[in-house]
Design a protein around this ligand. Structure first.
Ligand SMILES: Nc1ncnc2c1ncn2[C@@H]1O[C@H](COP(=O)(O)OP(=O)(O)OP(=O)(O)O)[C@@H](O)[C@H]1O
Ligand SMILES: [Mg+2]
Length: 311
């Protein structure tokens, strides 16, 4: 394909210096302060961060639910900052699917699971809706609940219907904002397994915003956001033993043993202007306050840049 659209070595999402400012009355909130992020096609990744750090704001920008104030945002080769209202509608219908914590937002309680999944296809005029709805519900493990009314299903089951709905229009990207925020640990694991399966079998790109540390532990790439900027990134590397297991189908060990075999590396993110956010714990332990001056030294031979507290 080698077109212009693919020049960002297969990044399906590419944001650079993304800024979002909310203006309410006379107050301005800078929710995203120049955020850089790239997501590869077919990747499954998570975004974590404290409350108010800008996670939902970012997801809303990626989902075309709101417009960035500045910076650049390319998704699937399209420049979202140049979008017209019509482009946004088309984008939301054809490129992204959305799953929220509170699924009441896209579910109709008195309809069955199947009718709920058929709804977005009806709006789009898709043929063979029934067949497709059944396929999608089977994918999320609800083949036995197709004709149940939504208000007769558990929270976890409703969340799975919401995932099926998000997939109805065959999106390229699935965005999930706290998808396991209101379910128990077991259901949360089931939902993650569905995401992993969809990612593996359909090459669907998935971005999950989560507070759930247990969930994030099972995701290979986790980007942490602080004050509206990407601050650090955890990359999980599978152990050699795990890779062998996957290839050869050997008996895998129990979950706890497996977790120990996985090594992780946490990296700070250097933005495109060369800025880096130092981990808050490091600053706290040396008693360095934000806004104070520090000494920065280059140690070329050792390949180091060292930051010193100055008095
Ligand atoms: N529509 C809005 N109008 C004004 N300010 C907003 C709006 N939406 C978000 N904000 C502000 O922007 C900042 C980032 O909010 P955001 O919802 O993205 O955080 P979050 O990381 O998703 O938090 P949480 O984990 O609590 O969901 C916050 O200071 C919030 O108050
Ligand atoms: Mg949020």
């Amino acid at each position: 394909m080698g077109s212009e659209a693919n020049k960002e070595n297969d990044a399906i999402i590419s944001c650079e210096n993304l800024v979002k400012i909310y203006k309410t009355d006379d107050i301005e909130v800078v929710a995203l302060q120049g955020l850089d992020l790239e997501v590869r096609r077919g990747e499954l990744m998570a975004i974590v961060g404290n409350s108010g750090s800008g996670k939902s704001t970012l997801l809303n920008m990626l989902g075309g639910l709101d417009k960035p104030s500045a910076g650049s945002l390319y998704i699937d080769g399209r420049n979202l900052l140049k979008f017209t209202e019509k482009d946004y509608i088309d984008y939301k219908r054809n490129v992204v699917g959305f799953v929220w914590q509170n699924n009441a937002r896209n579910l109709i309680p008195y309809l069955t699971a199947q009718q709920n999944v058929e709804m977005p296809m009806l709006l789009k005029g898709v043929k063979e809706r029934r067949q497709r709805a059944r396929e999608l519900l089977t994918k999320v493990g609800l083949e036995h609940r197709m004709t149940s009314r939504l208000d007769q299903m558990s929270g976890g089951e409703q969340q799975r219907v919401a995932i099926a709905i998000a997939l109805a229009n065959k999106p390229k990207i699935l965005l999930a904002d706290e998808p396991t925020g209101s379910v128990d640990t077991k259901t949360s694991k089931q939902i993650l397994d569905i995401f992993k399966e969809l990612n593996r079998t359909e090459n669907l790109t998935i971005v999950i915003v989560t507070h759930d540390v247990k969930l994030a532990k099972h995701i290979d790439r986790v980007v942490a956001i602080r004050d509206g900027k990407a601050s650090s990134e955890i990359i999980r590397k599978r152990s050699y033993a795990d890779e062998l297991n996957e290839l050869g189908g050997f008996e895998s060990g129990n979950e706890e043993e497996k977790e120990e075999e996985i090594t992780t590396e946490e990296l700070a993110v250097l933005d495109r202007s060369g800025r880096v956010q130092l981990p808050k714990e490091y600053l706290d332990s040396l008693g360095i306050k934000g806004g104070s001056k520090v000494k920065v030294e280059l140690n070329e031979d050792a390949g180091e840049i060292v930051v010193f507290k100055s008095d």
